[in-house]
Design a protein. Structure first.
Length: 216
């Protein structure tokens, strides 16, 4: 299938590498280079670095709401758009563009932990398990139906290791979802249980500071 890919951190790069081995990636969208580290230098995202190594076209628009940006995106004629931790909301004009829709690899068992930091929030909440959901994107924040879910036990894993494992799990789930979508066999499950919804807000500065008064 001809797809566009949107992602930014290491989690997204792991997914892109495997996706590109199985599907035609027409172009890659990622967030603009950002200032990181003590050197105050602009550093490209993990996805941009990988896409350039793979020889894929890379675009870094600051917004997807600009009409010129949307026209350029449409010129790639994607059959589907695959998204994993891109870092920006997709406007309706983009969501409605590909015939097979926009599929998001979300790092939680939706509807639990919608939002920006699902992996970290699952650990902080003491959840026994987490997983990935392949969700059809809507204008709402992680509100769309999903067609594939995969779960793993957290079992004391720290965030970097759990993130890596979920990325591998996520790309396998994404490849399965793309096969189902292309064959017209995807069964989309609505997130109907509002009582089960939790929100994974972004980690704030100082939240992970050591607290000596707390037990191990």
């Amino acid at each position: 299938m001809r797809v566009l890919y949107m992602g930014t951190p290491d989690f997204s790069a792991t997914i892109l590498e495997e996706l590109a081995a199985h599907h035609e990636v027409a172009a890659v969208y990622t967030r603009p280079d950002a200032v990181r580290g003590r050197g105050k230098k602009l550093v490209p995202s993990s996805v941009k670095e990988l896409a350039e190594r793979l020889g894929l076209p890379v675009l870094t628009p600051r917004t997807l709401r600009d009409e010129a940006v949307q026209a350029e995106l449409a010129s790639f004629e994607p059959e589907a758009i695959c998204v994993a931790a891109y870092g920006a909301l997709l406007p309706r004009e983009v969501l409605e563009l590909p015939p097979h829709g926009c599929l998001n690899v979300h790092g939680s068992l939706l509807p639990r932990w919608r939002g920006a930091a699902p992996i970290e929030r699952a650990i902080l909440a003491g959840d026994p398990e987490t997983g990935v959901s392949i969700m059809e994107m809507e204008e709402g924040l992680d509100t769309g139906p999903y067609c594939v879910q995969r779960s793993i036990p957290i079992a004391g894993l720290r965030a970097p290791v759990l993130t890596d494992e979920l990325a591998v799990l996520g790309v396998r789930a994404l490849l399965t979802a793309l096969e189902l979508v292309e064959a017209g066999q995807a069964h989309w499950i609505a997130q109907a249980d509002e009582a089960a919804v939790t929100y994974a807000s972004k980690l704030e500065k100082g939240e992970l500071d050591l607290a000596p008064e707390l037990p191990a």
